[in-house]
Design a protein around this ligand. Structure first.
Ligand code: SF4
Ligand code: SF4
Length: 305
């Protein structure tokens, strides 16, 4: 079953797939508890909810025995010119990556059910997730042998780098796990820590309250004055700790997923264009894009700051 799932995942368009045994993540639970107690989650109150589910997929989906993890490379062929207000590469595509990932996960699930029957999946609960459920995706990817969590706090796949979306499918059957979890391969490198303009990375993890991705796309509060000057031209997300990583420089290669075709305007919108943009124009250009997670008003405030 392991090989069938891996092979099918690649045939529906994923770039990598691994499988881990479902179990409690005790070490992560302890770390997350102190992280939450310190208020590191900022405005992301949802991280405070569903704690037990987050640290044990068997609580999230009763009967769950195996965690299938898939990766989708999103590194685009073309990048924005340096002078343009920056949008993170994960938000380049016309269609929000959550939609693309979900469709592929449903395809994979349908093929598994067709081969092994409906008992493979939980009948009463949702069991496929893409960045949308209380589940520690990066840790599961690591446990499924797909890479390690780097000092930039991202999953790094040894042949794809870190420009990857992670999807999860929980199965109610025992599947032989993939290879052992990947060893940490950052070595003595600290490039991401040194390059982060807001000092959000400290070598042990990331403080989301200082991270530009959080400040531009997740936070509902005003960006604190001391951080406003450090946004480095980013208006929606930040790629700096991805861009400097030697693993991306060496192994990152453009994706070939048509569904992730970029929004063309991303390569032409100047600071002035953003300032003049009407809500109607914003809605028309980014109607299905992940950029819509940030409001036009917020982006405009960032552009003029
Ligand atoms: S995304 Fe940007 S701000 Fe956030 S940790 Fe990486 S470099 Fe720092
Ligand atoms: S830049 Fe260096 S330290 Fe940071 S994630 Fe990449 S290899 Fe690890």
């Amino acid at each position: 079953m392991h090989d069938f799932i891996q092979h099918t995942a690649l045939s529906v368009g994923f770039d990598a797939c691994g499988i881990a045994k479902a179990e409690a993540l005790d070490e992560d639970a302890a770390f997350m508890r102190s992280w939450l107690d310190e208020g590191m989650h900022g405005d992301m109150q949802y991280l405070n909810r569903n704690f037990e589910k987050r640290v044990d997929p068997r609580v999230l989906v009763p009967g769950c025995k195996s965690v299938v993890v898939v990766l989708l490379n999103y590194l685009p062929e073309k990048r924005q010119a340096e002078h343009l207000p920056k949008i993170a590469k994960y938000a380049y595509s016309k269609v929000d990556y959550h939609t693309v990932m979900k469709q592929k996960l449903w395809q994979l699930e349908a093929e598994i059910i067709a081969e092994y029957g409906e008992d493979c999946v939980s009948k009463d609960h949702q069991h496929s997730f893409s960045d949308s459920a209380p589940i520690l995706e990066k840790r599961w990817a690591e446990k499924a042998g797909l890479g390690w969590i780097g000092r930039n706090s991202l999953l790094i796949h040894p042949k794809l780098g870190s420009y990857v979306f992670i999807g999860i499918l929980l199965l109610n059957v025992d599947v032989t796990p993939s290879e052992a979890p990947f060893p940490f391969r950052c070595g003595n490198c600290r490039k991401c820590i040194d390059a982060c303009p807001t000092n959000a990375l400290n070598g042990k993890g990331m403080d989301p309250r200082k991270c530009i991705s959080y400040l531009t796309l997740e936070s509902k509060s005003e960006i604190p004055g001391e951080l406003k000057d450090k946004l480095s031209g980013c208006i929606a997300g930040c790629d700096i700790c991805n861009d400097v990583c030697p693993w991306n420089k060496r192994f990152g290669h453009p994706h070939n997923h048509e569904e992730l075709t970029p929004t063309p305007e991303i390569f032409s919108l100047t600071k002035e264009d953003w300032q003049k943009m009407t809500q109607e124009e914003f809605d028309a250009i980014f109607s299905k894009s992940a950029v819509k997670r940030a409001s036009l008003e917020r982006i405009r405030r960032i552009v003029v700051s």
